[in-house]
Design a binder for this molecule. Structure first.
Ligand SMILES: Cc1cc2nc3c(=O)[nH]c(=O)nc-3n(C[C@H](O)[C@H](O)[C@H](O)COP(=O)(O)OP(=O)(O)OC[C@H]3O[C@@H](n4cnc5c(N)ncnc54)[C@H](O)[C@@H]3O)c2cc1C
Length: 273
């Protein structure tokens, strides 16, 4: 007798885990089929080990900054074996402990490599079939981050794509290096561009180049009214003030008012001191 589930997820990677968590309060039954480790590529071979590797080189770069900002002489010797050792320790969940967390959400976890028999059926064993219904997801605002130094993060439509769609585009740009946070951080190469839709008064895209840009740009939701984020008080000094102040500017442009004084104007003084 085939077992039936409302949703069947072939693969227990990040997507499978997100489906398991998302299903929790939906009342739908879910089966996840995984041939290796629950968690998939991201924690074991992708995101986590690669960011651990980058963090090692970032630390070396930061310590070079000590000579400029805090010390007269800084010396260290790179210990190459230390780097992969730490990277491997980041993937310590190779014990497959994420499987228990997934099952705790109430999903049925099947082990092994399986195939789609058709769009609604997964072969588990010859005599056992699971049937699942199609599920489609809509992702209007997936953020993109390049983990360079500094990070490059973007979300939504770039200016050219927004113009190509025939939208009435408004733009705000700022140089994060020319802010108080940029000055105290000793940061010299950055950029910010926000893209707005004047007709609807909403934010439709952003690109940010700063340290930890990925963490900042994620806070920018798309299609939120420009006036809403413009009311947020951002801590001073912080890199998140840069998009914050540019949102003020964009909101003013959308309503054809004079732009609010951006952080960049206020804090050029920090550069000249
Ligand atoms: C070096 C590197 C760095 C990355 N860094 C980042 C990052 O910083 N941030 C980020 O967001 N993304 C990053 N990614 C991408 C990220 O790893 C993937 O986007 C993410 O893992 C995709 O998740 P997924 O669940 O779709 O697929 P996967 O993680 O590939 O999971 C698929 C799962 O399905 C299982 N499976 C496949 N076929 C079958 C089958 N027939 N039967 C049973 N099981 C099956 C596999 O064993 C696997 O566990 C990076 C990738 C790499 C390679």
């Amino acid at each position: 007798m085939p077992e039936e589930f409302d949703v069947v997820c072939l693969g227990g990677g990040v997507a499978g885990e997100a489906t398991a968590v998302g299903r929790r309060d939906s009342g739908l039954t879910l089966a996840v089929v995984e041939r290796e480790l629950v968690g998939g590529e991201c924690p074991y071979r992708g995101c986590v080990p690669s960011k651990a590797l980058l963090r090692s080189s970032e630390t070396l770069t930061e310590s070079q900054g000590a000579r400029r900002l805090a010390a007269s002489r800084v010396e260290w010797t790179v210990d190459f074996p230390k780097v992969p050792k730490r990277v491997r320790s980041m993937a310590r969940d190779l014990d497959d402990s994420r499987a228990a967390a997934m099952e705790a959400t109430g999903v049925r976890l099947f082990r092994g490599e399986r195939k789609l028999a058709d769009l609604r059926t997964v072969d588990v064993e010859r005599e056992q079939l699971m049937r699942g219904m199609d599920a489609r997801a809509d992702h209007p605002a997936v953020p993109r981050v390049t983990f360079t130094d500094p990070e490059i993060a973007s979300v939504g439509l770039p200016e050219a794509a927004a113009r190509a769609k025939g939208l009435d585009v408004i733009i705000a740009t700022a140089d994060p290096a020319q802010t108080a946070r940029g000055a105290v951080h000793d940061f010299h190469q950055g950029a910010l561009k926000l893209v707005g839709d004047r007709e609807h008064g909403v934010l439709i895209g952003a690109v940010l180049v700063t340290p930890r840009a990925g963490e900042i740009v994620l806070a920018i939701k798309l299609r939120i009214p420009l006036k809403t984020p413009a009311d947020v008080i951002h801590p001073f000094p912080g890199f998140n003030r840069v998009p914050g102040d540019s949102l003020h500017e964009l909101a003013a442009k959308a309503s054809n008012k004079a732009p609010h004084d951006p952080d960049v104007i206020h804090h050029n003084q920090w550069r000249s001191q």
